[in-house]
Design a protein around this ligand. Structure first.
Ligand SMILES: Cc1cc2nc3c(=O)[nH]c(=O)nc-3n(C[C@H](O)[C@H](O)[C@H](O)COP(=O)(O)OP(=O)(O)OC[C@H]3O[C@@H](n4cnc5c(N)ncnc54)[C@H](O)[C@@H]3O)c2cc1C
Length: 401
């Protein structure tokens, strides 16, 4: 198997690089480079720039407003976008609800929602997890009872990323509590977040950010026309969506970009009276990370090019390897950036030192952001299906155990 890019793929990569250099707003690029999480506005601005060029819905076929790229081109796009560094397009809009509507949606749902999802006119969130249903998602209890041409929804979701920004939520609900198998009584609904009876409560995570929420449904009326797929067949839709959620989950471009940034920052930081970049232990750590990233890049290329050839469009269970190893590397690279900052990476301490020395700010801005990012990304091995669950998938579907 030839794992090198073809001449066309290299030309495609150059085209992306040129576009990102010319079109990514400088203020957004700089915030991303300093390690800030993109704001809602940053994400919307960038996704709309991409959409004007036909690239935001990067994994969709042409007939639905995507560029019709091959899996290898999509992989190159994701990596170049992360290397830029630019905000990533909304995965809820592009890799989750978009493909679900394309595969299972009624024509009217496709026409109403797909163009708005691509242009992020609607901000989507994912209402799957509940307090008693995470890895064991099929035990979800949020109930939807039929009442004429509406469902009445009651229950609670948790860990709903960016629900406080969202216009719409795609939600798994229980429509048949008596079904012989738990998986058989679930339906997939599109819920307008402005409907009365919905309460969104923030969960502040360890990095101090408001990304996560609890969402409560109290007699929320949802038109039956907003169900995707057949009643009680929502589990098929959910399985399809979860397979797609892992697409691009290795985020190798992000890890590469973080190592590059740590290497550059290490020139300005000092250890034992010398620039940190000259420290042999530090150099060894960078080399190890770069080697590990390269190894995973080759694995990713194998998975993606096998997928390219199979043409069945189904996610490969091997993508679980990319999720496990990719998130381990992402965590290791954000830890590296934090360590480069040393004590200045501790937000409280940096602030106290600044106050003591009467300085408005002590130390580089990126250092405290590195800690926030490190803390937030502890969650990378949990969301999108925990790494333990990915290992279960691998042991069953790949190793046949
Ligand atoms: C930052 C973040 C964002 C998220 N965003 C969303 C979102 O937008 N929408 C949404 O619906 N959900 C979201 N989630 C929820 C996420 O999908 C769940 O946290 C995840 O599925 C794990 O479920 P749980 O938290 O209930 O943990 P549990 O399932 O209770 O697991 C607890 C621990 O037990 C382990 N475990 C469980 N079952 C097994 C098993 N069979 N074998 C081996 N180990 C096992 C797990 O790996 C984990 O370590 C988000 C989570 C985080 C952290």
């Amino acid at each position: 198997m030839d794992l090198r890019f073809t001449a066309d793929e290299l030309a495609f990569r150059d085209e992306l690089r040129e576009f990102f250099a010319a079109n990514l707003p400088q203020n957004i690029r700089e915030r991303m480079r300093l390690g800030h999480a993109p704001s809602k506005e940053d994400t919307v601005t960038w996704q709309r720039i991409l959409n004007r060029h036909g690239w935001a819905a990067y994994s969709w076929p042409k007939e639905y407003g995507g560029p019709g790229w091959t899996p290898v081109q999509r992989m190159i796009f994701l990596e170049e976008n992360q290397l830029a560094p630019a905000p990533e397009v909304s995965s809820f809009n592009i890799t989750m609800i978009g493909p679900v509507l394309i595969q299972f949606g009624a024509e009217e749902q496709k026409q109403r929602f797909l163009p708005r999802a691509a242009n992020i006119d609607d901000w989507w969130c994912q209402g799957f997890s509940e307090p008693g249903a995470g890895s064991d998602l099929a035990s979800l209890k949020t109930a939807a009872k039929l009442d004429g041409d509406h469902y009445i929804v009651n229950g609670q979701k948790i860990w709903t990323s960016t629900a406080h920004h969202a216009d719409w939520c795609f939600c798994l609900v229980r429509t048949d509590p008596q079904a012989p198998k738990r998986q058989q009584g679930i339906s997939f609904l599109l819920i307008d977040m402005k409907t009365s009876g919905i309460t969104v409560r923030p969960i502040i995570s360890i990095d101090g950010s408001h990304h996560l929420n609890e969402v409560f449904f109290d007699h929320v009326r949802v038109p039956v026309s907003l169900r995707v797929g057949e009643e009680n067949r929502g589990w098929d839709v959910a399985k399809f969506l979860l397979g797609h959620e892992r697409t691009g989950i290795a985020r190798l471009g992000k890890s590469k970009e973080r190592v590059k940034f740590a290497r550059e920052s290490a020139r300005d930081m000092r250890a034992n009276g010398r620039p940190l970049i000259e420290d042999p232990a530090f150099r060894h750590r960078i080399a190890q990370l770069e080697t590990d990233i390269k190894a995973l890049e080759i694995t990713q290329m194998r998975v993606v090019s096998a997928h390219d050839r199979s043409h069945d469009g189904k996610p490969d269970p091997l993508s679980s390897v990319l999720k496990v190893r990719g998130t381990e590397l992402l965590q290791a690279t954000t830890e590296l950036a934090m360590d480069v900052g040393g004590p200045l990476s501790m937000p409280d301490w940096a602030q106290e030192l600044a106050a003591l020395s009467n300085e408005p700010e002590l130390g580089p801005e990126w250092a405290t952001e590195a800690t926030r990012s490190y803390l937030f990304l502890r969650a990378a091995s949990i969301y999108g299906g925990t790494n333990e669950i990915q290992k279960n998938i691998l042991s069953k579907a790949v190793l046949g155990l």
